[in-house]
Structures are given as C-alpha cells and as structure tokens.
Design a protein around this ligand. Structure first.
Ligand code: TYD
Length: 211
C-alpha cells in the first residue's frame, strides 16, 4: 500500500478548490486510493462550531489575533480527531484550505507575522504540514465572476472583505509558494474544471499517482 498523503488545496475565493477536491477524490478512488475530503475551518463538530463563530455575520467580528487563535483552535481539533487518524489508517486526506490560509489571510493580509501564525500552529497542531499544497490561482475577474454566480450577495465575514484585502491574500499565497517550492504546486485555475483537474493530476506524479 502506498503511503497515505496529506494534500491541501489553497487559493482565494472562487478559485474552484471545493470542486477540484471532489474531482481529485474520485480520481484517487478510481486508482484504488481511499481518501477523505474535508475542509477548514471545520471538518469536525467542534471545528464546525468555531467556523460558525468565525464566518457568521452576527456580532462585532474579531480582530486579526482573535481570528488567528480561533482558526488555530479549529485546526487543532480537526488535526487530532480527523486528519491524523485518517492518515494513520492509510487514507489520503484532501483538505480544502489548511494552515497556509491562516498565513495568507490572518498573516499577509491581516497583519500578523508569519512567525506568529506558525507559532500558533505549532502549539495547536504540532506544526503538521501537508505533503503537498495545491495552490489554485485564478485572475481576480474570474474569481469575482465565480463567487458572484455561487454566492450572489450572500458572502461571509471574511469573503466579504474588500478587493485590496483579497489582493494581499493572493500575493501572500504566491510568496509562500515561492519560498517553499517543494511543498507547493502552483496550479493555473483558469479554464474548464476538467482541464484544471488534469493539471492537478500531473502534479501528483511525484507520489506515483497515474495521471
Ligand atoms: P469558505 O466558504 O469555506 O471558503 P471559500 O471561500 O474558499 O469557499 O470560507 C472560508 C473563509 O475563511 C475564506 O474566506 C477564507 C477564510 N480563512 C481564513 O481567513 N483563515 C484560515 O485559516 C482559513 C482556513 C480560512
């Protein structure tokens, strides 16, 4: 049996991560590889409860530090109760967002230092990192059209931040990918879902997965 791998999808709003996560799980299954698809914030009952606190639009909202602590707490529960047990059982884990979202949103765009975000991750999740982070990149106008089609006017607390914030998020993701080229695969997310899926399968060749 091949080693179970931990794969994360990252990117801005409307990049197509959730669609690609589902397509990837189906492609792995067709190759005899069992996987679980999960998401952040969330993935376990406790983390989903924190998700509602983070993304709901009631109340005053959170400052970037409180936000980073809540994401780290949700991630801690998710890692301990779902991600590590699945990997230990030999299942691949496909996670829609992981710690690099905290580094890009609360860090680069929110103003926390990368060292602080990583310190919270070390405490919360013993610094667990994906074997591969698939960063799906799309031009801003494509992302805007997709989120408008999906969400209409109903956006969450973080998704609804202004274009300058989301531009900082995109720039932060790009910088992280440049700094860690082994762990990141940058995927051009512009195009039909099936075409993007093929690009993702090509990036998994390093794990011996047939394209
Ligand atoms: P969600 O609807 O799940 O994501 P998407 O917009 O990709 O479909 O919303 C998650 C939001 O939370 C999204 O705006 C990104 C943000 N986020 C952070 O700010 N930090 C984090 O660590 C994570 C996991 C998500």
């Amino acid at each position: 049996m091949s080693t179970a791998r931990f794969l994360a999808f990252e990117g801005g709003e409307g990049a197509g991560k959730s669609t690609q996560a589902r397509m990837l799980a189906a492609a792995l299954a067709a190759r005899g590889i069992a996987s679980v698809v999960t998401r952040e914030p969330g993935g376990t009952p406790g983390a989903e409860a924190i998700r509602a606190l983070l993304l709901g639009t009631d109340g005053e909202g959170w400052n970037p530090r409180a936000e980073a602590l809540l994401f780290a707490a949700a991630r801690s529960d998710h890692v301990e109760r779902l991600i590590r047990p699945a990997l230990a059982q030999g299942q691949w884990v496909i996670c829609d967002r992981f710690v690099d979202s905290s580094r890009a949103y609360q860090g680069g765009a929110g103003g926390l230092s990368d060292a602080d975000v990583l310190a919270l991750h070390r405490v919360g999740s013993e610094g667990l990192l994906p074997d591969l982070t698939l960063l799906i990149e799309v031009p801003p106008h494509v992302a805007a059209a997709r989120t408008a089609a999906r969400d209409g006017d109903a956006t969450d607390r973080i998704g609804g931040r202004d274009a300058a914030y989301h531009a900082r998020v995109a720039a932060s993701f790009a910088r992280l990918a440049e700094e860690e080229p082994q762990r990141f695969a940058r995927i051009d997310g512009d195009g039909e879902a099936a075409v993007v899926h093929d690009r993702i399968m090509a990036a998994l060749a390093r794990f011996g997965v047939a394209p």
